[in-house]
Design a protein around this ligand. Structure first.
Ligand code: HEM
Length: 248
């Protein structure tokens, strides 16, 4: 596939998966173009480097950015969560320095908040398509070879038997005695051999502290009905940033 054909395919795919875009220019498509233009000088479109970068762009952009948008929306709806989050930022980081990724170990509420958003919204509700490579038995089901498989991660995240009050957004469900605790029922990055390889990187990108250290962020008229594509996209909103602190 040529570089140009690849680019067009990405633009189309991105537009199809992002229904809110319409005909507007999109920063992700524009950055694809820029990166691919630069890349043609650095690596041949046939090289492995080229395709590795393509993979990272396709899988690593909307997933993290849209999770952050859901976090901002949810904190508008649940101001008590925002108060706890900001209070942890004020206690652990304070006002006199930028947040560091190393702060995360002491910020259990912040980490739980992001896990909470990912569970509650289940951004990639059916993970991605897989298929059986041989005749398979799963419980009492027989699944023939070459059957397309979609796993319902959204359902697993909203199953009453696995979570307390799954219909509520509660970062606390990832806290045990005030400390963040991994939960094996959390499947936002899917599971098994093809589990998302970008998950550690994503969790660093989702460290939402620097904006809330400075600003009280609220969304005007939040609407939680997602736009359904491969991901559950939040709708576009107007966002209000109010400075939290004034110069001392
Ligand atoms: C909120 C952030 C993210 C979420 C919710 C997410 C979720 C997922 C899911 C559900 C899959 C499908 C796994 C499967 O086939 O069962 C996947 C695959 C993948 N993700 Fe992520 N992802 C995120 C961020 C990232 C980032 C930041 C990168 C890289 C920079 C990345 C790279 C990939 C790649 C390369 C695959 C395909 C793996 C394969 O097919 O073997 N992801 N991700």
């Amino acid at each position: 596939m040529s570089y140009r054909t690849t680019m067009c395919a990405f633009s189309d795919a991105h537009r199809n998966f992002s229904p809110r875009l319409g005909n507007k220019k999109d920063i992700i498509i524009e950055s694809y173009k820029k990166v691919f233009d630069d890349l043609t000088n650095a690596a041949s479109p046939k090289s492995e480097l080229f395709w590795v970068l393509v993979d990272l762009f396709v899988t690593g952009t909307d997933t993290t950015s849209q999770t952050l948008v859901w976090a901002v929306l949810l904190m508008t709806k649940y101001p008590d969560v925002k108060v706890k989050f900001c209070s942890e930022i004020d206690t652990i980081i304070g006002r006199d320095r930028f947040p560091l990724l190393s702060d995360k170990v002491e910020m259990s509420y912040c980490v739980s908040l992001i896990y909470g958003v990912m569970r509650y919204m289940s951004l990639v509700p059916f993970s991605v398509f897989h298929s059986t490579t041989k005749d398979t038995e799963l419980g009492s089901y027989f699944i023939p070879m070459d059957t397309m498989i979609l796993r319902n991660l959204w359902y697993a995240h909203h199953n009453q038997e696995l979570w307390d009050a799954p219909e509520k957004f509660r970062p606390e469900c990832f806290l045990v005695k005030g400390k963040f605790m991994e939960n094996t029922n959390f499947l936002a990055f899917s599971y098994g051999k093809r589990v998302c390889p970008g998950r550690a990187f994503a969790m660093d990108e989702l460290f939402l502290t620097s904006v809330y250290q400075e600003f009280d962020v609220t969304v005007y008229n939040p609407d939680f009905e997602p736009l359904v594509g491969m991901l559950l996209y939040p709708k576009s909103h107007n966002v209000i940033f109010k400075k939290r602190h004034f110069p001392r």
